[in-house]
Design a protein around this ligand. Structure first.
Ligand code: ZN
Length: 211
């Protein structure tokens, strides 16, 4: 497939995910004129065309624990894709840029299969991997308890347990207090993030994403 065709294909995919024009331009090398043309050709398929800047900050993660868990799953998937990209022969210029954009879209598609209801948009997923790469307010580290990859505020103290372990610890505490009140305790689940386990088995260490 020639480069122009690949540009348009990725551009269409990004428009379907309601990605803003600026980010589409950055990922595909399409001009504003080209993006407008694509948008018109996709009439009916793409509900809204978003302008303005894509999110750069990832503070939305610290206010929403389920979203943060989803983002951790996405980062796991993206790290695997980044390894594949690294193993492929290096492509320069637009071809290289498009290969990364295609890999990113594929990874997001895979992520939606694992988390179909997730509020993590493609743009937000992108802002998370960018922030990790640029070390902007976020770290990815293994949960000390279960080893699953966890995303933490760079200003936070090290050693925070992942969302799944925190929830299991809360359940265990509730069970403990229920037992002291003579009621039957709720079951404990301290085996780590089920989504990440289903993806790769235990743990999710890897190098930084390449975006
Ligand atoms: Zn954990």
């Amino acid at each position: 497939m020639d480069l122009e065709h690949r540009q348009q294909q990725v551009g269409r995919e990004l428009l379907r995910h309601e990605v803003r024009t600026g980010l589409i331009r950055q990922l595909t090398g399409l001009t504003d004129h080209g993006i407008r043309g694509l948008y018109r050709s996709e009439a009916g398929e793409v509900p809204v065309r978003h302008r303005g800047k894509s999110p750069v900050q990832v503070t939305f993660l610290w206010k929403n624990e389920p979203l943060r868990e989803d983002a951790a799953v996405f980062v796991c998937l993206w790290r695997r894709e980044s390894e594949v990209l690294r193993l492929e022969p290096a492509e320069q210029g637009l071809a290289g840029r498009l290969r990364v954009a295609e890999g990113f879209c594929d990874t997001y598609g895979l992520f939606r299969q694992f988390c179909p209801q997730s509020p993590l948009t493609l743009e937000r997923a992108y802002s998370v991997v960018r922030a990790l790469k640029n070390q902007q307010g976020i770290r990815a580290e293994p949960c000390e308890r279960c080893g699953a990859l966890w995303l933490v505020d760079a200003l936070a103290v090290k050693g925070e347990h992942c969302g799944h372990c925190k929830s299991a610890e809360r359940q265990a505490l509730e069970g403990e207090s229920a037992r002291t009140r003579g009621r039957k305790a709720r079951p404990r689940h301290l085996d780590g993030s089920p989504q990440q386990q289903s993806l790769f088995g235990a743990g999710a260490e890897g190098e930084s994403p390449r975006l």
